[in-house]
Design a protein around this ligand. Structure first.
Ligand code: XMP
Ligand code: MG
Length: 182
């Protein structure tokens, strides 16, 4: 698999260090509370599994899966909920766990949808963001890394369903994109 990789952008050691920092911040900020971590499937599965073990508090997890209508590689802002939460979030301290923010449209939709359910608080934790691509303002309380406008894979992020199990955040070789149906 590493043979398809052009460059390691963020090494797993750096990711683990950052996840420890973010988990530590969440632990401080939510003292005396019992946060509900909401992972966005499927990309956030790896960061969810790692970050929850760095949070030294009683907490629960839940998952949502969404799909954005549109061209496939860029978000349209129109989002469909494929799998909704199992938990009632009213009165809960909710932290959304996301792998990457690109335009911000997906998270903007999700936060609007979840606010209508009256959580006690709602914050966003995202491992990666591409600031140059942002189309909407988003208040991201816990942020891992800013990256340039490049398509990245690994640590939960996929290309055509593959590469999620790479331990590092990587850029693919251009020839991998050629002729591969998605
Ligand atoms: P928006 O634009 O709504 O998009 O913020 C967020 C979603 O777009 C996907 N995305 C990526 N997936 N490598 C990926 O594997 C990338 O570089 C990338 N950029 C955006 C991702 O599903 C994210 O949830
Ligand atoms: Mg995603």
């Amino acid at each position: 698999m590493m043979g398809d990789v052009a460059e390691i952008l963020i090494h797993s050691d750096q990711i683990q260090q950052k996840v420890r920092e973010l988990g530590g911040q969440i632990t401080e900020d939510y003292q005396g509370k019992r946060p509900l971590l909401v992972g966005i499937l499927r990309g956030a599965t790896i960061v969810m599994a790692d970050i929850m073990r760095q949070i030294d508090l009683p907490c629960e997890i839940d998952f949502m899966e969404v799909s954005s209508y549109g061209s496939g590689t860029t978000s349209s802002g129109v989002v469909r909920i494929l799998k909704d939460l199992e938990e009632d979030i009213s009165g809960r301290h909710v932290i959304i766990i996301e792998d990457i923010i690109d335009t911000g449209l997906t998270l903007s939709y999700i936060t609007r949808a979840l606010r209508t359910r009256r959580p006690a608080s709602l914050e966003i934790c995202a491992l990666l963001t591409k600031p140059s691509r942002r189309k909407v303002d988003l208040d991201v309380r816990y942020l891992g890394f800013e990256i340039p406008d490049e398509f990245v894979i690994g640590y939960g992020l996929d290309y055509a369903g593959s590469y999620r199990n790479l331990p590092h955040i990587c850029v693919l070789k251009p020839e991998v994109f050629q002729g591969t149906p998605t």
